[in-house]
Ligand binder design. Structure first.
Ligand code: PLP
Length: 393
């Protein structure tokens, strides 16, 4: 018999979509998979060389629970450069990807019964982790406002038990990139209502012109003591499988995270730490710049193809590497009772294109498509998809 908490959430919707796409591809159908939250290219040579050197040196033992001291220092220095505020190593915990950083944040600052504001559609893991911590996810719908939360909606959702707000920009799945004005209002609200800000900037390297990613601490320095910054090398260095991320926040929280992590996973993988350390120490950001350019080109070409969709509003796709379609008009054309899951399954079965249904993100009409795939695959997939949705009923 399972524990009660296991009834609060199910397996990640994005992981399920990825598995369905892989199963369809394995059955020999020519599937184009736009479901994955990762970028197809090889990681930077500096990371690979750093990891190989670490293996050859025999770096096989535990490191400090929250990461090699030098890596924490280098991350703190980079954060200082990026935010314009000085960070020290004891304000940084290295984790097994951003997912563990978020989990640590939830477990160290949330009490059972606390409420956490989450703009919706939302990345599927945010509410699941809040629920694992015994707290309650309170969703604030952003669909009528170009996927940006309206500050008055956030304010209206605050109650005496609200303890935190999740701010994810650039946003997964919607691609929204919040501007300084919105971040400023969220910061003001957090100060007034005494909220923690869980600030997930995993896609921070991918804001597409004219949009710019800003860290909320750079916009309103007063929120620093209530902000937990979550980031990872998974997306920015195309290293999803290496599992390396970090949490940056007040020293007391990082000390608590160290205690928690010492009883859960201990240190993140030592070889991954050395690989990323070598890359960060090199100071070379040309890989990140190249990735940004590659994604900007893919985005442009994808948007051009998607503009031929008869019944879907034009996309912002302001940041990250996802197109997020609102298919409410397409669904209205289909047989009564057709759901977004039905439509996504038909897209896979009839057009051979895999995406992630909005139901995974709390949205009954959305569809997420990744453009982190090779350009020819992306273009072929989107052409098939446009034909399918323009004809479907
Ligand atoms: N945060 C967001 C918004 C994400 O989209 C993801 C992964 O898709 C993560 C965190 C988790 O990243 P990681 O693979 O580093 O655990």
């Amino acid at each position: 018999m399972l524990a009660q908490r296991m009834s609060l959430f199910s397996a990640s919707g994005t992981a399920n979509a990825r598995a369905a796409a892989k199963a369809a591809a394995a059955s020999g159908k020519g599937i184009i998979d736009l479901s994955a939250g990762e970028i197809w290219c090889e990681p930077p040579g500096t990371v690979v060389a750093g990891a190989i050197a670490a293996i050859e040196r025999g770096e096989n033992r535990y490191t400090d629970t929250v990461g090699i001291a030098l890596l924490r220092e280098v991350i703190a220095t980079r954060l200082s450069l990026d935010t314009g505020h000085v960070w020290s190593a004891d304000e940084v915990a290295v984790t097994a990807g951003a997912k563990q950083a978020l989990f640590n944040a939830a477990m160290t600052v949330l009490n059972p019964g606390d409420e956490v504001l989450i703009p919706s559609p939302y990345w599927t893991t945010f509410p699941a982790q809040v629920q694992i911590a015994g707290a309650k996810a309170v969703f604030v719908d952003t669909r009528e406002n170009g996927y940006w939360p309206r500050i008055e909606d956030l304010r209206a959702a605050v109650t005496p038990t609200t303890r935190a707000i999740v701010v994810n920009t650039p946003h997964n799945p919607t691609g929204a990139v919040y501007d300084r004005a919105l971040l400023g209002s969220i910061a003001e609200l957090a100060i007034r209502a005494k909220l923690w800000i869980i600030f997930d900037e995993c896609y921070g390297s991918f804001a597409h012109e004219p949009h710019h990613h800003e860290n909320i601490v750079s916009v309103v320095p007063e929120v620093r003591s209530r902000t937990l910054i979550v980031n990872a090398f998974s997306k920015q260095l195309a290293l999803t499988g290496w599992r390396l991320g970090y949490l940056a926040g007040p020293k007391e929280v990082i000390a608590a995270v160290k205690a928690l992590q010492s009883h859960t996973t201990s240190n993140p993988n030592v070889i991954a730490q050395h690989g990323v350390l070598a890359h960060l120490e090199s100071g070379d950001r040309s890989f990140e710049a190249g990735l940004r350019t590659m994604l900007a080109v893919a985005r442009r070409s994808g948007l051009e193809i998607l503009s031929r969709l008869r019944d879907a509003p034009m996309l912002g796709a302001e940041g990250g590497f996802y197109f997020y379609l609102d298919l409410s008009t397409v669904l209205a054309r289909c047989a009564p009772g057709t759901t977004i899951d039905d439509l996504t399954n038909r897209l896979l079965a009839e057009a051979g294109v895999a995406g992630v249904a909005g139901s995974a993100f709390g949205d009954p009409t959305g569809l997420r498509l990744s453009y982190g795939v090779q350009r020819d695959e992306l273009e072929a997939g989107l052409v098939r998809l446009v034909t399918f949705f323009n004809d479907v009923d």
